[in-house]
Design a protein around this ligand. Structure first.
Ligand code: COA
Ligand code: AMP
Length: 631
């Protein structure tokens, strides 16, 4: 069937469409209803159904004859090691870890925070939670203790699973001191932590609270899969909102399993037994969906890569992994390819490797600039698919679904709506925009299985953040347009979220940190264009009157404050001190205009600006830190 036919069916008969897809999942009890719309705007998929996600990801394949096939390959240039797990080995170790968690009192519905580097134990801990019906919440390692503390207080975990250290390039980063600090900072205290000791650093354990992963797993009895409701949460994943308080995106078990499994064949054109590699981090949604769950639900082999696209040891790292493990499809962020292209523009390193098994590259996480797309296409000579999605949906909203039908690629566009998603461009009054006209990108409810049913214990914030802009629609937070052929073009965010090296960050959150400095009267953080990372945050700060310390000292303190409160991942390194900030007459800071100045783009003088002369001062201040040009 063509893309058009499949898409049409998904729109006209969503229950038939997703009911059929759900037949590819093992259920303990079949659902009563595919789509429950009795409590709009809250939609629920597969109500009444019971399943276990870990059973579908592991046990089912062992029982079905894939026991000796590789399930997971950990490739770690930073420790110079490769570790593999067959489906049987992975099931057995996950069952033991689940048993160790159960012995610590963790059961169905309890929360477990996973704060781990890119080691197999991170995926094992996630699957172990799924096995016993516990809800995991993975926190990315590059966040600071305070961010972790916020997530501890919101999710109230019984257990936190962590490791003694992460390895970032050549740096060993001890995790335990950060974890201890975050538990000190949080009001909620977990009963236990379970620490995986790595040889590169030993963590000191606090007796009574902290247990050693290796010892407790060795002593544990394996735990079986527990049936859970399709609508029970599988995980919570916190993502940046417009304030410093992150949003706890909830993922259910049933809809998620169905969507993940369906996407592997239909979007990525991957078959069970193929090797699939998502070069991301388990702390991000891409890692949840496409390092852990989707490839395993599909019976494929997944790769966990503990390294970087460049510097571990060279820009040939991706090609080595692809050829060494016979990767069929790679999924990463455009920033990774920009990094490789910058160091090896002629792709000399590629010549050393046999890439004959490689079929397609998928990119997401940020807009893929046409230059990077063209470079990847010319270098790899396979389809390069930019696809668009977000933490909230958990899988692609727009893509070129290679497993259905490859549509012509238009550089700069993530192609068309994935079946199940009714994406509309609406104007401020809720009318559908004509082709080519930019507007708010919205998804007509109900969204397909796998998308967030709500925010963790916060239905009100869910409705307020996503569903209140336009009745019957989900607000994606992106702006863009559809062209005459129905292709989507994602142009910018309509809120204060920026994308730094494919990582989603809130400038509002950074402003809150800057404003907490005793010398700061007022501030603004904007995302400015960066050739490598896509965007970088830049702070503009007004000091309190009477402050007469050296600017340089204050700037240094502000940079380290953001690193300390949000984390190194924010890549916040540029601050400039200004006399005042440009505002509208009603007092709104003109961040969009400052961004245009920083990016040396032309802009229209805002009609409501209080005092246009301020813009010259802002230009000067940005020039001092390497941005903007004199107009
Ligand atoms: N634990 C601790 N610190 C971490 C970390 C982790 N898991 N991940 C990143 N950091 C730190 C880095 O060490 C760096 O610190 P520094 O300021 O001391 O150098 C900082 O956070 C920023 O990291 P990163 O954004 O990774 O930048 P980089 O300069 O080290 O590397 C790229 C640049 C482009 C190579 C890198 O960003 C990359 O590979 N991106 C791929 C994108 C990706 O995976 N996106 C996920 C969504 S698909
Ligand atoms: P995250 O939740 O971290 O996955 O970030 C989601 C946001 O990243 C989206 O709302 C977009 O702003 C941006 N994004 C992700 N993929 C793309 C893409 N292919 N093109 C343009 N923007 C993207």
């Amino acid at each position: 069937m063509s893309y058009q036919e499949i898409y049409k069916r998904s729109m006209e008969d969503p229950e038939g469409f997703w009911g059929d897809a759900a037949a590819d999942i093992d259920w303990y009890k079949t659902w009563d209803k595919v789509l429950d719309d009795s409590n709009v705007p809250f939609y629920r998929w597969f109500v009444g159904g019971e399943l276990n996600t870990c059973h579908n990801a592991l046990d089912r394949h062992v029982e079905g004859g894939r026991g000796d096939q590789l399930a997971l390959i950990h490739d770690s240039p930073v420790t110079n090691s490769r570790t593999t797990f067959t489906y049987r080995e992975l099931r057995d170790v996950v069952a033991k870890v689940a048993g160790a968690m159960a012995a610590l009192g963790v059961g169905k519905g309890d929360r477990v925070i996973v704060y781990m580097p890119m080691i197999p134990e991170a995926a094992i801990a996630m699957l172990a939670c799924a096995r016993i019906g516990a809800i995991h919440s993975v926190v990315f390692g590059g966040f600071a203790a305070k961010e972790l503390a916020t997530r501890i207080d919101d999710s109230k975990p019984k257990l936190i699973v962590s490791a003694s250290c992460g390895i970032e390039g050549s740096k060993v980063i001890p995790y335990k001191p950060l974890l201890d600090e975050s538990i000190d900072l949080s009001a909620h205290k977990p009963d236990h932590t379970m620490i995986f000791q790595r040889p590169q650093a030993q963590a000191a354990l606090q007796s009574g609270r902290d247990v050693d992963w290796q010892q407790s797993v060795a002593a544990a009895a394996p735990a079986d899969c527990v049936p859970v409701a399709a609508t029970d949460p599988l995980y919570i994943l916190y993502t940046s909102g417009t304030t410093g308080i992150p949003k706890g995106v909830v993922r259910d078990n049933g809809g998620h399993a169905v969507a993940m499994k369906w996407s592997m064949k239909n979007i990525y054109n991957v078959a069970p037994g193929d090797v699939f590699w998502a070069a991301s981090d388990v702390g991000w949604v891409v890692g949840h969906s496409y390092i852990v769950y989707a490839p395993l639900l599909h019976g494929a082999t997944t790769i966990m890569f503990e390294g970087k696209p460049v510097g571990t040891p060279d820009p040939g790292a991706f090609w080595r992994v692809i050829s060494e493990h016979n990767v069929k499809v790679l999924f990463t962020a455009p920033t990774a390819f920009r990094a490789i292209k910058r160091e090896d523009p002629e792709a000399e390193y590629l010549k050393k490797y046999d890439m004959s098994g490689f079929r397609a590259l998928f990119l997401a996480g940020e807009r893929c600039d046409p230059d990077t797309l063209a470079w990847a296409q010319n270098t790899l000579k396979v389809p390069v698919v930019d696809h668009w999605w977000q933490t909230e949906t958990g899988w692609g909203i727009a893509a070129n679904c290679l497993g259905i039908e490859q549509l012509p690629i238009k550089p700069g566009s993530p192609t068309v709506c994935v079946p199940g998603y009714d994406v509309q461009i609406l104007d401020e009054n809720g009318n559908v925009e004509a082709p080519g006209e930019i507007g708010r990108i919205m998804i007509k409810l109900p969204m397909p299985p796998g998308c967030l049913p709500t925010l963790w214990q916060n239905d009100d914030r869910f409705v307020e953040s996503y569903l209140s802009a336009q009745e019957g629609y989900y607000l994606t937070g992106d702006a863009g347009y559809k062209d005459e052929d129905g292709y989507l073009w994602i142009m910018s965010r309509i809120d204060d979220i920026i994308n730094v090296a494919g990582h989603r960050l809130s400038t509002g959150g950074m402003e809150e940190v800057l404003a907490s400095h005793p010398d700061v009267a007022e501030c603004a953080v904007i995302g400015v264009a960066d050739k490598l990372k896509g965007e970088l945050p830049v702070g503009l700060v007004v000091l309190k009157s009477g402050v007469n310390r050296e600017d340089e000292a204050i700037v240094g303190e502000l940079v380290s404050l953001v690193r300390q409160k949000i984390g190194p991942v924010a890549a916040f390194k540029k601050v400039t001190i200004v006399e005042r900030l440009p505002k509208t007459r009603s007092g709104k800071i003109l961040r969009g205009t400052m961004k245009k100045i920083a990016d040396s783009e032309s802009f229209k003088m805002p009609a409501t600006i209080d005092d246009p002369a301020i813009l010259d001062e802002i230009t000067e201040a940005l020039i001092r830190i390497g941005y903007a040009v004199k107009q």
